[in-house]
Structures are given as C-alpha cells and as structure tokens.
Design a protein around this ligand. Structure first.
Ligand code: 3PG
Length: 305
C-alpha cells in the first residue's frame, strides 16, 4: 500500500478531491489530504512518510524533497512545473510528471474573458471596443494556445501565432496565421495572449523591445507565469505608452508600481486560470490515475525529469 498525498494550498473543488480519493482507495492505496496550508512547516510535516504527492502550484523545493524520504513520484496536476525542483527530484530518483492539456480549456476561456474585460475598459461604464476584426497574436501554440485560437475565431478576431517548436503548417491547419518570428507577432497584433512556459530561456523574455513593437492600443494578456515578464521593462513601457494595457492572471512582484496606471491594468488576486470545477476534476483525476498506473506498471508517460 502506497501513501498518496494531495497537497494543495489552493484547493481543488470538493468533487475533484472525492474523485481522487476514490481512485487512490480503489487501488488499495492510502489517501491523505493537506489543503489550504498557510505554513511551509505543514507541508514539510505532511510529506514525511508519503510515497506520492499530487500538487498544483505548490512549491516542491529541495527542502521539501529532503523532508520526504519515501517519496517516489510527484504529479503536478496541471501544465507548468516550474514550481518543482527537477534536479533535486532526479538526484533523489523521484519521478515528476504533469498532466498536460487537462486544464487548458479553463485557461483559454479566462484568456478570452480577460481580453473582453480589457476591451470594455474593465467595465468602467464608458464606451469600449469589440474584439471582432481585431488582431490577436498567440505566443506559444500548445494546448492552451490552440483553444484560444478557436474561441478567438468565434469572436471574429484575426488570429496569428508564433511558436518556435511548432511548424507553420500545423499552425495554419489549426486556423491561425503563422508568424515568422516573435517580433513579427508582436508588431502585427493589438492583442497578445501569452502561453509560454517559465524556464531559464523564457525568464524576463517579454521585455521593453518586444512589447514596444505592439501597435496602438496594445494589450498583453498573461495567463502564463509572472517570471516571463521583465517587470521593470513593463513599468517603463506603460509609463511611455498611455495606450498600453496589461492584464494578468498572475500578479507581478511589484504590484504597487502599477497603481500609477489606473484603468490600464488588472491582476487576479489569486491565479484563476485553471480554477474551474471541470479543470480540477480533469487534472486531479488524471494525476491520481497516473500515480496509480506508475505504481502498478511503472508507466512513465508524462514524466518531465
Ligand atoms: C498550470 O500550469 O496548469 C496552471 O497555471 C494552473 O495552475 P494552478 O493549478 O495553480 O491553478
């Protein structure tokens, strides 16, 4: 019998938790739950004797890993795994997986709703504008980017995309216009929706040079990660360009510096992209199934380290 912990500072919907419990107990393993913890010490204590952990944006650091002596597998119920120390995991022979695609629809719907919110002046009662006929650039064309393209076309937007890892013909097949370079994407589109992962290459990559290429009324929608934005450059750009708007599901580090741009920015108080009942069930159950399968058969599909 393996001990499987769900450790979520931001909890899943209760239906998802029930579903995970059923999968874990149905395979004769022990289900353990740590939700809404406020102190790292609670996590360190909870991981002490578990064999597997299901997390969301919870940080699995070297410290957590050394406190989890029996840990064999961590599954990030979601896409981005920059919250897990992959090196420390590999050094300790711990398998790390994610659940790609399982919460993508929720994130894509939020990206489009943030676009509408910005276009309508954050619902300030004054005349805004419509998305129809406007150009949208999708930066990274993975699971989320592809759904954003589909929904945006429903709005009547002209959809462009750039992804260094996805060939132009695949982008065209999905109904978007491929751009030759990231600079080309930003120069062509009034709206940009960001879907790049956070890693050493992308950190601070959304900088002044790139953002300043955006046409008048430029609006950046970030449902990805705050780390990819060069924050000082974003502040510089918004100071110089009174037409520019920034909407993010992830608040920057220096939120206070943005108060000078009233009416041109919005940051969710808590990351909401994947916070739907459906996404919680899809990602949570997928994570539980992947762990059970790994213990039963050694299946390492979705391993990221
Ligand atoms: C992801 O990477 O899957 C999303 O950012 C969701 O993160 P969350 O599970 O912390 O809401």
């Amino acid at each position: 019998m393996k001990r499987i912990l769900v450790a979520t500072e931001k909890p899943f919907a209760s239906v998802a938790v029930e579903g995970i419990k059923k999968i874990v107990e149905g395979s004769n393993n022990k289900f353990i739950l740590l939700e809404k913890y406020t102190d790292k010490a609670e996590l360190l204590e909870a991981v002490a004797d578990v064999n597997a952990i299901i997390i969301r944006s919870d940080k699995i650091t070297e410290e957590v890993i050394s406190a989890a002596k029996k840990l064999e597998i961590v599954v990030r119920a979601g896409a981005g795994y920059n919250n897990v120390d992959l090196k420390a995991s590999s050094d300790n022979r711990i398998v790390v997986m994610n659940t790609p695609g399982q919460n993508s629809n929720a994130v894509a719907e939020l990206a489009l709703s943030m676009m509408v919110f910005a276009a309508r002046g954050f619902f300030n009662g004054k005349p805004g504008s419509e998305l129809k006929g406007k150009k949208l650039g999708i930066h990274a064309f993975g699971h989320v980017g592809k759904i954003v393209a589909k929904i945006a076309k429903g709005f009547g937007m002209e959809v462009y995309a750039f992804d260094p890892f996805i060939p132009a013909d695949i982008i065209s097949e999905e109904g978007a216009i491929p751009c030759k370079s990231v600079e080309d994407l930003y120069a062509s589109c009034q709206y940009i929706s960001l879907h790049i992962p956070a890693n050493e290459k992308t950190k601070d990559s959304i900088n002044f040079d790139l953002l300043s290429k955006m046409p008048k009324g430029g609006t950046l929608i970030n449902t990805a990660r705050k780390e990819v934005i060069h924050e000082a450059d974003m502040i510089k750009l918004m100071t110089k360009r009174a037409d520019f708007k920034y909407v993010s599901d992830i608040a920057p580090v220096d939120t206070d510096s943005f108060t000078q741009f009233e009416g041109r920015y919005y940051f969710s108080p808590k990351k909401m992209g994947a916070q739907t009942l459906e996404a919680n069930v899809n990602a949570g159950l997928a994570a539980a199934n992947q762990i059970v399968k790994y213990f039963a058969t050694g299946d390492e599909t979705f391993k990221v380290n």
